[in-house]
Design a protein around this ligand. Structure first.
Ligand SMILES: Cc1cc2nc3c(=O)[nH]c(=O)nc-3n(C[C@H](O)[C@H](O)[C@H](O)COP(=O)(O)OP(=O)(O)OC[C@H]3O[C@@H](n4cnc5c(N)ncnc54)[C@H](O)[C@@H]3O)c2cc1C
Ligand code: SF4
Ligand code: SF4
Length: 484
């Protein structure tokens, strides 16, 4: 195992008293760059809504007295509020009896690698089709009445968005919502719908959204009773809506002509990790390009990342009943058909999954925590070593409470520069895109993003002339140090 992974296995847990100073308002969370736009707060205030900001991210908006008040209820349910209980506490309450426990992947019953073997789940899904299979199986067996998940909207140009949470009550509706959407979405509307219609519901979401759901369930008996299952997606970071606009610019069209977006179209003949974006335009014309040929297609560079993700410490949905991601290790990452890694945390879902494995409906193989960790090595490193370093930076506003202690100790200069560059790319991508949009000058953004990518890739992978130059500089420094 990597050295940083071994250190991260013993993170220093920080505990902060729940004092009145820890109370915060929605406005403070937004202004501190800590709002992920989950909509949990807006769901509880009838006059509040989630609105697009100028960077294509969703933020809460509502009456001034609600938006500005330092409120105990808000401070307990916002996933980034320092007074809210953390993932460890939620998981201890929910999965206290689980046989497995790991500092990086949380508490669990069993972990697996594999894919769905029946019907078209695998072909229809972004990875091995397991997320939609679990949701469908819960629905088919009558364990739930509906699933809150993310699907394309019927008319994106009218709605002003491409994707939204919706409640699916049939297997066919669910199937039409398969695939990953790296796009801002929010929970307030579906949470209101769940509150108003009795039934049992499952919610699919990225880790911070699932945390928000559990924080809400703790304080709202109706949601506690009705949201019976949570399905977590592993998460690298959340993109803004401008990522799709940038696809359109780089594929020679305008966002106004785009009717449908696929972030990852599948091709069984190509490695699964060669993501290919696909746009369907008005009139049925299509455009497609590999992420690697786009100036913002290197996931690690962090373009259009929500700033709250810089302060996130949960990669693998530690509070969800089941958590699912991609198996980013060989031979699976070369298999274009897609392969999931799965962490089952609840005994009920373990039984459901094991029965399906025995019946040959799922092709899953049991794996240990170390295997899951290797598949998410980059994300975990960014959220442990990287987070510890980012927590040492000066920041304004609310100080988040994390499960990782601030530390830059032992971090080589080049690694620090990688984290600094990633943070700068994500911050400036929003601004440069906004400027290029205002001036109707796509080239301004594309030119900047190409230069930023060259710096990031030079530093990170020694790519290009800049990479060679940085390598020589680093070797020079090392031999100077050695001769002293
Ligand atoms: C923002 C984001 C970042 C991710 N980062 C990582 C990562 O770093 N590492 C990793 O291994 N995996 C990551 N994933 C998960 C990965 O992309 C796949 O979603 C996962 O492997 C499940 O694939 P599947 O074939 O089983 O899902 P499918 O069977 O295709 O089903 C996907 C289900 O998830 C729902 N859904 C799609 N997007 C969202 C969303 N944004 N919020 C809530 N529900 C949604 C769909 O409606 C559908 O029900 C990320 C996903 C998202 C949305
Ligand atoms: S993170 Fe969620 S709960 Fe917190 S302010 Fe933003 S939208 Fe509201
Ligand atoms: S990286 Fe963390 S904060 Fe960002 S969307 Fe994913 S789970 Fe939420």
């Amino acid at each position: 195992m990597n050295a940083w992974l071994r250190c991260a296995a013993n993170p220093q847990i920080i505990s902060v008293p729940r004092s009145p100073e820890a109370l915060v308002s929605p406005r403070e969370i937004v202004r501190s760059g800590l709002c992920i736009g989950c909509g949990a707060c807006a769901a509880g205030e009838p006059r509040a809504t989630m609105r697009w900001d100028r960077y294509g991210q969703l933020k809460p908006d509502g009456p001034a007295h609600w938006y500005r008040r330092r409120d105990p209820a808000f401070s307990a349910i916002c996933p980034f509020a320092p007074a809210a209980i953390d993932e460890d506490a939620i998981a201890a309450e929910r999965f206290g009896a689980a046989p497995g426990s790991d500092a990086l992947i949380g508490r669990f019953e069993q972990a697996y690698v594999g894919h769905v073997a029946e019907e078209a789940f695998r072909a229809d899904g972004s990875s091995g089709g397991m997320v939609n299979w679990v949701a469908s199986e819960l629905l088919r067996t009558g364990r739930i009445d509906a699933v809150a998940h993310v699907a394309p909207v019927a008319d994106p140009q009218r709605d002003g968005r491409f994707f939204a949470y919706r409640l699916s009550r049939s297997l066919d509706e669910l199937r039409r919502g398969a695939k990953s959407r790296y796009y801002p979405i929010e929970l307030s509307e579906v949470l209101r719908a769940i509150r108003s219609a009795p039934g049992r519901y499952a919610v699919v979401g990225v880790p911070c959204f699932i945390k928000a759901v559990h924080l809400l369930r703790k304080h709202d008996p109706i949601l506690r009773e009705r949201i019976t299952h949570t399905l977590g997606l592993f998460c690298g970071h959340m993109k803004s809506a401008r990522f799709v606009e940038s696809f359109a610019w780089q594929l020679g069209t305008e966002i106004e002509r785009v009717q449908a977006v696929e972030y990852r179209i599948k091709d069984a003949g190509r490695p699964a990790n060669w993501y290919r974006a696909h746009l369907t335009l008005a009139g049925g014309e299509t455009r497609a390009e590999d992420w690697w040929h786009l100036v913002d297609g290197d996931w690690g560079a962090g373009s259009f990342q929500n700033s709250a993700c810089n302060m996130c410490d949960d990669v693998v949905a530690e509070t969800a009943d089941i958590a699912l991601g991609d198996a980013w290790v060989e031979p699976y990452s070369s298999d274009g058909r897609g392969t999931n890694v799965v962490i089952v945390r609840s005994p009920e879902l373990l039984q459901m999954v094991e029965a399906a494995v025995s019946a040959g409906r799922l092709a899953l193989e049991a794996v240990g925590a170390d295997f899951i960790i290797q598949t998410q090595a980059a994300g975990l490193r960014h959220r442990r070593e990287g987070l510890a370093y980012r927590l040492t930076w000066r920041r304004r506003g609310v100080t988040p409470r994390k499960r990782v202690a601030p530390s830059a100790a032992g971090l080589p200069l080049r690694r620090r520069l990688v984290y600094r560059t990633r943070a700068a790319v994500s911050r400036w991508s929003h601004r440069m895109f906004a400027l290029a949009r205002m001036l109707a000058a796509p080239g301004l953004y594309v030119g900047w993003a190409r230069a930023a990518l060259a710096v990031y890739q030079g530093l990170t992978y020694s790519r290009g002339k800049l990479g060679g130059w940085i390598d020589r500089l680093e070797r020079g420094r090392a031999s100077d140090d050695g001769s002293r």
